[in-house]
Design a protein. Structure first.
Length: 205
């Protein structure tokens, strides 16, 4: 079979798979996880059920593949923000805010049903470790520049950030998420600076 023909077939398969995943994510957002069926996905995607089963054996496998795609995209977005021009502190704050807003938006779009399913997936633990590593590198760079406290190891601070910002999923608004990020960043500042902020806030009360 000619190489061009192989490439055309592979491109078609990638497009069909992409359509299946995007359709499934949209259906869950609209109708919920429990109502999702293979027949519904096939119909909304515009393919036959037999074709759908060539790509995925069941609904859960589709949702796990969709989730992996979301994770990959978000990690790429965080890496892009990390690599932008600017100081390490600026890039750290931008990365933390992007992570928190994504957590907030994902919970609002997909709810607790799909969250309970997907967070059993090993992909989540692997992705969280990658996020922690990304946070750690920026924290270490910021500490070297004097913008982040250096009395606590960057690994520990990265874990603190990750767990602190998971609260974004349950917050009522993006404004609340940004306040959470601001307080998280404040807790990362060198001790003297952080105490100064606390004293200033106390004077304002």
């Amino acid at each position: 079979m000619p190489k061009l023909w192989d490439e055309t077939i592979e491109a078609h398969r990638r497009e069909v798979r992409r359509a299946i995943l995007e359709t499934s994510g949209a259906l869950v957002s609209t109708h919920g996880l429990l109502s999702l069926t293979m027949s519904q996905i096939a119909e909304e995607t515009g393919i036959g059920r037999a074709t759908l089963y060539k790509y995925f054996p069941d609904v859960e496998s589709i949702l796990l593949a969709w989730h992996e795609r979301q994770i990959t995209g978000h990690l790429a977005q965080l890496a892009e923000i990390r690599d932008r021009p600017g100081t390490a502190q600026q890039r750290l704050s931008a990365v933390l805010e992007s992570y928190a807003l994504s957590a907030h938006q994902s919970q609002g779009q997909h709810g607790t049903e799909i969250g309970a399913l997907l967070h059993r997936d090993h992909q989540v633990a692997h992705a969280q470790q990658q996020v922690c590593d990304l946070f750690r590198d920026l924290l270490a760079e910021s500490a070297t520049a004097g913008d982040v406290r250096d009395d606590i190891a960057p690994d520990e601070l990265a874990t603190y950030c990750l767990h602190a910002l998971t609260a974004a999923a349950s917050l009522p608004s993006e404004a609340a998420v940004r306040r959470l990020v601001a307080w998280t960043v404040a807790g990362l500042r060198p001790e003297a600076t952080y105490q100064g902020v606390a004293e200033r806030d106390a004077d304002l009360m």
